[in-house]
Design a protein around this ligand. Structure first.
Ligand code: SIN
Length: 281
């Protein structure tokens, strides 16, 4: 990790040159000062993924931290999971048939307005290690494409289907058939705060590109998913310890929860923050 200069009220150490930073000098169970929050907000925009170690939060403190960023998001299928509608529990045990997020994705892009951020608080890690989460920088994924590919993608729109994680990665029927949301977003979007361009398709939710034959859409998406999955320089890796909270900018990243710890268990709680507007070109 490398110390990043320019912060007075928090300490920021980068995980890689372009994505991921560990933040220290803050206790998220306490209300952050305006200076701390504004530095944290800038660090979040700059580093996209912020890791906070050794935090001791109850559910209300976790939500209060997330609420500083905006209105909390309720997962479209939360009613079928039960519990607090603003907390998504991520639990994997020896009996799990799949683990949520085990594949490259951006959270809930099937929503008309997907979350702008998620704050995952891991409480229990596998006894013998593993269970890291990979994050990828979607600004860089866009930047690394050729100008020719960028101009082809510029005018395309993709469909994001909430049933896809079940039918694709998880290989089980969605809890409520076709009740999941399905929405369209541009393939290249502009981040509403940084104004940088982002490659905005993900193998978790993007089913097809509009206006193309199925074989064309499939090949184009597969090429982009391969680019995201195989370009290691897009990524950083968060190795969790119990009581680590990671906050990511869901508008310019993807993540992949690695299920390499079967039959051991892992448990965490995710709170997501609603975006302010639909993803736009
Ligand atoms: C998720 O996709 O939000 C879950 C990520 C994880 O469990 O690491």
């Amino acid at each position: 990790m490398t110390h990043v200069n320019g912060y007075a009220s928090i300490q920021v150490d980068s995980l890689t040159p372009h994505i991921g930073a560990q933040v220290s000098g803050v206790n998220l169970d306490k209300e952050l000062s305006n200076e701390q929050f504004s530095e944290l907000y800038q660090a979040w925009l700059d580093w996209k993924v912020l890791v906070f170690r050794d935090q001791h939060l109850d559910a209300e403190q976790h939500k209060a931290f997330a609420r500083r960023f905006g209105t909390l998001h309720v997962h479209p299928m939360q009613h079928s999971y039960g519990g607090d509608p603003e907390i998504l529990r991520v639990r994997t045990t020896k009996d799990s048939k799949y683990t949520a997020g085990n594949g490259w994705h951006t959270d809930v892009t099937c929503d008309e307005i997907p979350p702008m951020a998620s704050a995952l608080y891991i409480k229990e890690t596998p006894e013998h290690g593993g269970g890291d989460t990979l994050f990828a920088n979607m600004y860089l994924a866009y930047d690394l494409l050729s100008d020719t590919m960028k101009s082809l993608l510029e005018n395309l729109t993709a469909v994001h289907d909430g049933a896809l994680p079940y039918l694709g990665n998880y290989k089980v029927a969605p809890p409520e058939g076709d009740a999941y949301p399905k929405n369209e977003h541009p393939v290249i979007v502009t981040h509403p705060e940084t104004t940088r361009k982002v490659l905005f398709v993900n193998s978790g939710f993007t089913s097809h590109i509009k206006g193309m034959h199925p074989f064309e859409s499939k090949a184009l998406l597969q090429m982009l998913f391969d680019h995201i999955g195989r370009t290691h320089r897009l990524t950083c890796r968060v190795a969790w310890q119990p009581n680590t909270l990671t906050l990511w900018d869901n508008r310019c990243t993807q993540h992949h929860a690695v299920w390499d710890y079967f039959p051991e268990s892992r448990y965490g709680e995710r709170v997501s923050i609603l975006g302010n507007s639909r993803p736009a070109a």
